[in-house]
Design a protein around this ligand. Structure first.
Ligand SMILES: Cc1cc2nc3c(=O)[nH]c(=O)nc-3n(C[C@H](O)[C@H](O)[C@H](O)COP(=O)(O)O)c2cc1C
Length: 230
């Protein structure tokens, strides 16, 4: 597995999970802005882009669960993690499909995710990545027992059509809990939100346009600031 601690080059992993691939996409626009600013602030650094919609992550299946359950039985994993437990052709296939996602997340210094709010939660494309990448033991350093993501910065850029006061955002608590469980620290986990994005489109939300523009402006500023540190 790639270990960023031995790497001398910074890596930004950018993920887009919004189904609407157009200039109108708020999350795609903001994640692209983050990447541009980050690259300007870190000349020579590497940038890995994954469009989870154009290239969907394969949904997990029985063979993924079977290999995951086998790995769960071990208290101490081999030095090369789940790789060292691959025995059958089925396990080799599962791990070959999963490992690239694990490796690039573990190798990234900074991860930025364009994550629109869909039906109160994460998009199906992002959920497919979450389920696959969170393979048992994949982010535990076998030599220390600590998380390989303890120094990773994560910036989640979310957009929602409606009013944040409706209390129906289950995406933010879900992603916060998930990244925490993987070992990302609270100090390195950031959420940026643009609200009321449908105000420009939906006639009965026209009265919200000013607040929507202010929210987008604040999100752009925060994205620019977050891209310049770390
Ligand atoms: C399938 C789908 C489900 C949505 N569900 C919600 C929702 O639950 N709450 C909300 O405020 N907006 C919802 N929206 C609106 C999007 O969050 C909003 O349009 C957002 O800007 C989309 O991100 P994008 O601009 O990057 O495409 C939904 C949009 C779609 C396409």
């Amino acid at each position: 597995m790639t270990d960023k601690k031995t790497s001398h080059t910074r890596l930004l992993l950018r993920l887009d999970a919004g189904a609407h691939d157009s200039d109108a996409s708020v999350t795609r626009g903001l994640s692209a802005l983050f990447a541009r600013r980050w690259q300007a602030a870190h000349p020579g650094a590497r940038h890995r882009y994954r469009d989870l919609v154009a290239e969907p992550v394969p949904l997990i299946d029985t063979s993924y669960c079977a290999f995951g359950r086998k790995v769960e039985r071990y208290q101490d994993l081999p030095a090369d993690g789940p790789t060292g437990l691959v025995e059958s052709a089925a396990e080799a296939r599962v791990w070959a499909m999963t490992r690239p996602y694990v490796d690039e997340l573990a190798a990234a210094d900074t991860v930025v995710i364009g994550a629109p709010l869909y039906n109160y939660s994460v998009s199906a494309h992002l959920k497919a990545w979450i389920d696959r990448v969170a393979f048992p033991g994949a982010f535990t350093d076998p030599s220390t027992g600590r998380s390989r993501l303890a120094r990773t910065r994560v910036v989640v850029i979310s957009a929602r059509g409606g009013d944040p006061a409706d209390g129906r955002d289950f995406q933010t608590p879900c992603l916060r809990a998930w990244f925490r469980r993987l070992g990302v620290t609270d100090e390195r986990l950031h959420f940026v939100q643009a609200d009321r994005t449908l105000a420009t489109l939906v006639p009965h939300l026209a009265g919200e346009r000013e607040r929507a523009a202010a929210s987008l402006g604040a999100a752009r500023e925060r994205v620019g600031a977050l891209a310049c540190v770390g």
